[in-house]
Design a protein around this ligand. Structure first.
Ligand code: FUB
Length: 326
């Protein structure tokens, strides 16, 4: 008999899962995580330890229900353009179709973004033959706006290669900006009606402080690192993201889906493990944060587990900071 999932406990414990993208589809909560492999090889700053080969889809009927693993829904061997490392995915619904967006290294070991489709939110998903033309880096997150325009947000530093694309083409020697220069922002591109291509050249999002000054690369408590997520609340777009080296989930707000976004604060304090990655979703009248940590593996960075907790807004629309262990 499967147990109901409690807040701040692993959604499943028979596999390692990470990078949860949660959505409400067909009245249920669907979670699209990465599937961490259980291996004991060494780690490095390039993220080679994150060797994921497939995706599983998880779902819960509601927050008083067990979590169901729908099994493998896509494997790297079935993606013609992809070589390895199926990192953080996201899903979207439009045109009576479910779309799974995902990053992987192509046959030149460059991270690109791909799309796979299904008629069922639980998959299986059929990949497109090639990656999205003009796509690069990692961590796609898709917002289908109220007017049905869809945007994909993406980008991650270090192993995610974002700093290697500053000239618009791949430069293997590309470096992060100096500490006193503006930090690199996440990238946004509007998606075509069929969700399979970009309608425009991807553009960098600016994250600024309350005075309108860009957040600087040396400001590691506030600058963008990876894992973007955009949701809407009371007519504001909220861009939340990982600060990487300082292990926070931070957020910024804008009236425009492409920014500029004004930095507002911390949503989630550091979790056990190096990476932190999240999503935010409304279910009925409450809001939830999905996140991961490495508690189930006693802190092994590439053996993570997906969890959830409630997220609360203040009257002025700011978000209350969550300590995952209190
Ligand atoms: O899971 C691999 C990478 O780790 C993700 O793409 C990043 O966001 C970080 O969580």
């Amino acid at each position: 008999m499967k147990k109901n999932v409690k807040p701040n406990e692993p959604l499943v414990n028979h596999i390692y899962t990470a990078d949860p993208s949660a959505h409400v589809f067909e009245g249920k909560i669907y979670i699209y995580p990465s599937h961490d492999l259980d291996h004991d090889e060494p780690s490095n700053d390039n993220g080679d330890q994150y060797k994921m080969e497939d995706y599983h889809v998880l779902s819960m009927d509601d927050f008083n229900s067990p979590c169901v693993d729908h099994g493998e829904v896509l494997h790297v061997r079935d993606i013609p353009w992809a070589k390895k490392q199926l990192w953080a995915p996201d899903a979207a619904y439009k045109n009576n179709t479910y779309y799974l967006f995902f990053p992987a290294r192509d046959h030149d070991y460059i991270f690109r973004l791909g799309v796979a489709t299904s008629s069922n939110p639980a998959g299986p998903f059929t990949p497109q033959e090639d990656y999205i033309p003009g796509s690069f880096s990692i961590d796609p997150a898709v917002l289908v706006d109220d007017d049905q325009k869809a945007y994909v947000y993406f980008g991650g530093l270090w192993g995610g290669q974002l700093e290697k694309w500053q000239t618009g083409t791949f430069n293997p020697d590309g470096k992060e900006p100096a500490a006193s220069e503006p930090a690199l922002g996440p990238i946004v591109a509007e998606l075509s009606e069929d969700m399979l291509t970009f309608t425009e050249t991807p553009q960098e999002i600016s994250i600024v402080d309350e005075d309108g000054n860009p957040i600087l690369a040396g400001d590691e408590e506030r600058r963008y690192f990876e894992g973007p997520w955009v949701h809407k609340y009371n007519d504001y777009y909220y861009l939340s993201y990982s600060t990487g080296t300082t292990h926070l989930i931070a957020y910024a707000m804008s009236k425009n889906p492409k920014g500029p976004f004004v930095y507002k604060g911390t949503i989630l304090k550091p979790v056990i493990g190096w990476t932190t990655h999240h999503s935010i979703v409304q279910f009925e009248d409450k809001w939830y944060l999905f996140y991961h940590d490495c508690s189930m593996s006693d802190g092994v960075n590439h053996k993570r587990s997906v969890k959830y907790t409630e997220l609360k807004y203040n009257e002025d629309g700011t978000i209350q900071t969550i300590d995952p262990y209190k």
